[in-house]
Write a protein that binds this ligand. Sequence first.
Ligand SMILES: [Zn+2]
Length: 312
Amino acid sequence: MEYVACNLCGSNRTKLIFPSTIPDRSHPQDMEAYRCTSSGYGRHHAIVRCCDCGLIYSNPRWDDSELIDSYEAVQDPLYLQERGGRVLTFERHLRPLEKLAGPADGRQLLDVGCYIGVFLEIAAQHGWDAWGIEPSQWAAGQARRNGLNVIHGTLATANLPNESFDVVTMWDVIEHLSDPMAEIRRVHRILKVGGLVVIHTMDIDSLFSRIMGRKWPWLMEMHIYYFSQRTMAEMLRKAGLQVLWSGPHGRFQTLGYLGTRFTALFGRLGRPVEWLLNATSLRQMTVPINLGDLFTVYARKQLPESSRLSGR
Ligand SMILES: [Zn+2]
């Protein structure tokens, strides 16, 4: 375990907001906790708020090498079943993206943490030259089997050339990283000037999160950072990105998948619901969900300060 300073402002002054719920002797090699569809609700390290900038994060936490090992080992067959909901969600995400970035026209898009590549598939269908990067060997393999361009690894290890992408997306990824500030600076480096970064994550400042308190389902071991729209925007600005728009964004999910989440949250109470869904054709039905506690932010890489001042 390691203690870290605030990733946004460097301060060490924190206030505990949710104490740890993890027994002392457990270890991150318990891979289940790192699946995209992990049901580890209610299990998390101590969560603190920075007294100086308000960033909320897990502290202390597993150190970096332990985390990366866990993500490399992730296998998640449940995610494959949930594909239908993800396809609709990503179709919906692509519209505002193209409004701000302009039409695809074969331009370069990189999806960081692309998992099995569902977003890459849709982006490619819309005419993007779509690339993905993914630490899980299993997920990267699944994506490649579908003929997608996926690099196995992380942005830190991939050594991508400067200014090589028009769009970089991160769907439900930033909250898992041990150093999101460094990652956003890497994104800035590989973006072309005028290029767009799109980040989707949970909003700890949302009304739903405030109502749920320590029962908010996103408080989980695999989540290290709990951004608000304000702290996310602040981090992007620090990395030299101009925020264009930020707001809540829902997703589509199958009733079958929601049933498994319900059981994970409420235990035995959820079993009759799951049974009913499995016994009928309702299981595959997709419904839109928007509790206002997930948001997307769009930000643009600006010209360097010096060339803006000289009027280039
Ligand atoms: Zn801070």
